[in-house]
Design a binder for this molecule. Structure first.
Ligand code: ASP
Length: 412
């Protein structure tokens, strides 16, 4: 049986087992199952996290130095940026439109959520200004600190500089360049080993998530959950494949077949960062993206390009406004979109990261930050689908960028 099939079966079994466990919460079987699932999922996630920082570092160094040496760096960078901004903007428009269309939250009884809101501690104010200062202060730091703390964004920035220096250094730094290339190859070999554990890890992660979810809260917020999830799926199943087809000249079936290991892992882990090793492998080995493009675009995308998160944050802000009976003006909705874009750029690729940066979106138009307490209980469930679309966007952009940089004569 192929690894892809094993992963698919594991995901289905994990969901079913999780639901069954959820029905019998106070039993000894439940406790021992959760214990075993925690151990299994921790091993899988732990291994992925172990690879993450050295993989990102070596991949970007090698990517930047190869691209710069080939004179393609500027082009790759520009196309990546254009793709990220375009897909995120489309996601935001979709998020806002669907919330309006279905009037999610209008007429709902806010008192249902009073208790949740009272229990919630208001976090510190997070304005776009302070966010930018924090962003700079957390990014330009001692690289060893960044490595040891797993500060991915800071690692990305340092890797950029090292890659550029290797190109400038030319012949003199040839040895380090080769070393980095070999180090990167070794990391990809390790990724292949961890992938063999993916079916077990994915089973455990999904079973654990569903067995501990409070289904009664979910049913109260069902309308919002369905609209956001449906819109996110529409973005991932229609908008992105269409763009890929037009600009990447790749049909959706080839794309989904080649990327499904990474997509299922994203669903189970709710983490773009943890999925990164697999997204890179899928892009290189199954989607035919050149290693230097995948090695550059995907790590950057996993940090900066989050369509699912942007869509969710914009839709959630409107939902909360509807819930408290506030009509946001067009101007305010534009602010929501811009802040959601910044928030998705800054959100790290970890579970529920979008929930934290959403505070900034709410505060940008004067909505109470405490309102996130309403969404917190269902966030982990919604996170699964938005992370899939985040990861899908990264792989898709790598295909498009690769095509446009491989064939310079293509002008459409
Ligand atoms: N979990 C998402 C990701 O890793 C981020 C988010 O919370 O929206 O891509």
């Amino acid at each position: 049986m192929s690894l892809n099939t094993q992963i698919f079966i594991a995901a289905v079994l994990g969901v079913v087992f999780g639901f069954l466990l959820n029905l019998y919460p106070d039993t000894a079987f439940f406790d021992s199952s959760i214990y075993a699932l925690t151990i299994l999922s921790s091993i899988f996630i732990g291994l992925l996290k172990m690879l993450l920082v050295p993989l990102i570092f070596s991949s970007i160094v090698v990517g930047v130095s190869n691209l710069q040496a080939g004179g393609q760096f500027g082009r790759v960078w520009k196309i990546t940026l254009i793709c990220c901004l375009t897909t995120t903007t489309l996601a935001l428009i979709l998020g806002i439109s669907s919330t309006h269309l279905f009037e999610v939250g209008k007429g709902m009884d806010i008192s249902l959520f009073k208790e949740a809101m009272n229990q919630h501690q208001t976090p510190d104010t997070l304005t776009p200004g302070s966010f930018l200062t924090n962003f700079i202060q957390n990014t330009l730091i001692n690289p060893f600190k960044a490595f040891s703390e797993g500060n991915v964004l800071a690692v990305v920035v340092f890797a950029f500089f090292v890659g550029a220096a290797l190109v400038k250094g030319g012949e003199k730094l040839q040895g380090i360049r080769q070393l980095m290339q070999q180090f990167f190859n070794m990391m990809m070999l390790l990724v292949g080993w961890v992938m063999k554990l993916a079916p077990i890890g994915i089973f455990a992660l999904l079973a654990k998530l569903l067995s501990t979810e409070d289904m009664s809260v979910l049913s109260r917020l069902l309308e919002f959950a369905v609209v956001v999830t449906g819109t996110t799926i529409f973005h991932g199943a229609v908008v992105l494949p269409l763009l890929l087809w037009i600009f990447g000249k790749m049909d959706p079936i080839t794309f989904f077949k080649g990327s499904r290991t990474a997509l299922i892992t994203a669903f189970a882990t709710s983490s773009s960062s943890a999925t990164l090793p697999l997204s890179m492998q899928c892009a290189r080995d199954n989607l035919g993206v050149r290693p230097q493009t995948a090695g550059f675009v995907i790590p950057i995308g996993s940090q900066m390009n989050m369509d699912g998160t942007a869509l969710y944050e914009a839709a959630a802000a409107l939902f909360i406004a509807n819930l408290i009976g506030l009509d946001l003006s067009i101007g305010q909705q534009v602010i929501v979109c811009l802040t959601a874009m910044i928030a998705s750029l800054g959100a790290p690729g970890i579970p529920s990261a979008g929930m934290v940066t959403m505070i900034m979106v709410l505060q940008s138009v004067g909505l109470p930050a405490e309102a996130i307490a309403i969404l917190l209980p269902i966030d982990r469930i919604l996170d699964t689908v938005r992370t899939v679309v985040n990861v899908q966007g990264d792989m898709m952009i790598s295909v498009v960028v690769d095509r446009y940089t491989k064939e310079p004569e293509v002008t459409d």
